[in-house]
Write a protein that binds this ligand. Sequence first.
Ligand code: RP5
Length: 162
Amino acid sequence: MKKVGIIMGSDSDLPVIEKAVAVLKQFEIPYEVHIYSAHRTPVEARDFALNARENGFGVLIAAAGMAAHLAGAVAANSTLPVIGIPCQSKVLEGMDALLSTVQMPTGIPVATVAIGGGANAALLAAEILAVSDDDLAARLDAKRAADAAAVLEKDRTIAANL
Ligand code: RP5
């Protein structure tokens, strides 16, 4: 299976990345995690993206906060699918990163998930890999069914007790 490459702009983004890693572990998807910043270590961020396909990656996830150009910079240097996670900052609570990540000009797409949406980023990465992996697709279908069953169980409990 192709690997998922996860890049965060700073170790302060780690709590968001941990949510993504937990999902990838759950689905036994191979991954690598790196700290590469679009502005503090732009050469390393560029080189990782440029070489990602030949290094066995199938999807890239980039998480950053504030003026969050990391996902866009990664996407500029790779035609692998790039998923952007806007991270929350103290001043603007993630709206800055959301707009910076989602508003990519035509030609360089970034699939942006919710502010702090590490789990959904990993699930989307899994769904992309599952396009050519029937076993992974079956595991995703099973998780959806289990999640739905859990909600219906809560529904039965609420209906019986209120
Ligand atoms: C971005 O700036 C990082 O992705 C992080 O979310 C934000 C703040 O970084 P630190 O100052 O905490 O290292 O580059």
